[in-house]
Design a protein around this ligand. Structure first.
Ligand code: ADP
Ligand code: MG
Length: 322
């Protein structure tokens, strides 16, 4: 059987690439990271637990991708560029048929973004994957949740709700034919972190967050931390291509409260609309204007004709759900 140290050496140890921001990687008591002068380190941790964040028996390649993608998404939301990450792994057994594709999915995404695996911890236990990612952002340019101002536009990248639709199909909450489920499932299993957009929004967005628990709930964090409110046009929400052919009521519900979208929701001065669209084009990431920040606290919804609308919206909360 593979020992803990063989496993680390075989799957998670690679030579540092030339120009790496890491001065020392896997193998010592600590890794050493050399951030550039004038930069803040941006640090975030996200943990994925089997049976809670992914189904038992989930495809290991996709899981490797997803556990890093959700962390990179936090860097994107901050306008930070990735440097490196650590990986804490609890495994029931050192199963190479699982470890090899897991490491491939993980490291393929890491290589795409020049994000070096510099250390971690490995132990026996129920399958749990915890990643801490390190990025950098010029001092005072991080996109924070607290900067939204009344009158700002509210934007969202890409599309919403297809991940939630795939989850509904897999759980049997909705009947989805196999072809449609195959189309929607990558949005759930292999999200794309919007790093290029986050970078392009530096100096442009007044606030930003990544949409992991549902747009309404995540926008709510911007509103609370900025001390403002908002109005959203629920008919302007960009439904994912699969969700777009579902009933309008489901499009609204999954668009507002779906979860697992990993899009960026951000605010910007309306005087900068053209600049936002240019930034989105430069990042090859579509963006849609969905509403406006208002001085009165709370989130108000309207339909496309501007009529007030109510939706039984919830955002995902691990301690509020069974
Ligand atoms: P320590 O006992 O000092 O915590 P470990 O024996 O746990 O060290 O780990 C040995 C080395 O392997 C360390 O550099 C650690 O960062 C690295 N490491 C352990 N697990 C992983 C992992 N899953 N991925 C990457 N590096 C790891
Ligand atoms: Mg250790």
């Amino acid at each position: 059987m593979l020992s803990e140290f063989d496993l680390i050496a075989r799957y998670f140890t690679r030579p540092l690439r030339p120009g790496s921001p890491a001065a020392l990687g896997v193998g010592d008591d600590c890794a050493l990271l050399a951030p550039s002068p004038g930069m803040h380190l941006a640090i975030s941790t996200d943990m994925l637990v089997e049976g809670r964040h992914f189904f038992a028996g989930a495809d290991p390649f996709q899981l490797g991708h997803k556990c890093l993608a959700v962390n990179l998404s936090d860097l994107a939301a901050m306008g930070a560029t990735p440097l490196a990450f650590t990986l804490a792994l609890a495994l029931p057994a050192p199963d190479e048929a699982w470890l090899a594709p897991f490491a491939q999915g993980l490291l393929a995404l890491a290589d795409r973004h020049g994000c070096e695996l510099i250390g971690g911890d490995t132990t026996k236990g129920p399958l749990t994957i915890s990643i801490t990612v390190f990025g950098e952002v010029p001092q005072d340019q991080a996109l924070r949740r607290s900067g939204a101002r009344p009158g700002d536009d509210i934007w969202v990248s890409g599309s919403l709700g297809d991940a939630r639709l795939a989850l509904a199909g897999l759980r049997g909450e909705r009947i989805l034919d196999a072809a449609r489920l195959d189309e929607a499932a990558p949005r759930l299993h292999a999200p794309t972190p919007r790093l290029d957009l986050g970078l392009a929004l530096r100096g442009l967005a007044s606030a930003a967050i990544d949409v992991s628990d549902g747009l309404a709930g995540d926008l709510g964090h911007i509103l609370r931390q900025s001390g403002v409110g908002a109005v959203i046009d629920v008919d302007a929400l960009p439904a994912g291509p699969m969700l777009a052919s579902e009933p309008p009521v489901l499009q609204r519900e999954y668009g507002l409260a779906g979860g697992d979208d990993y899009e960026l929701c951000f605010t910007a001065d309306p005087a900068r609309r053209d600049a936002v669209l240019d930034a989105a084009r430069a990042a090859a990431t579509p963006v849609t204007r969905i509403g406006a920040i208002q001085a009165t606290p709370g989130l108000r919804l309207t339909d496309g004709a501007g009529r007030p609308t109510r939706i039984a919206q919830t955002s995902f909360d691990h301690f509020a759900s069974p």
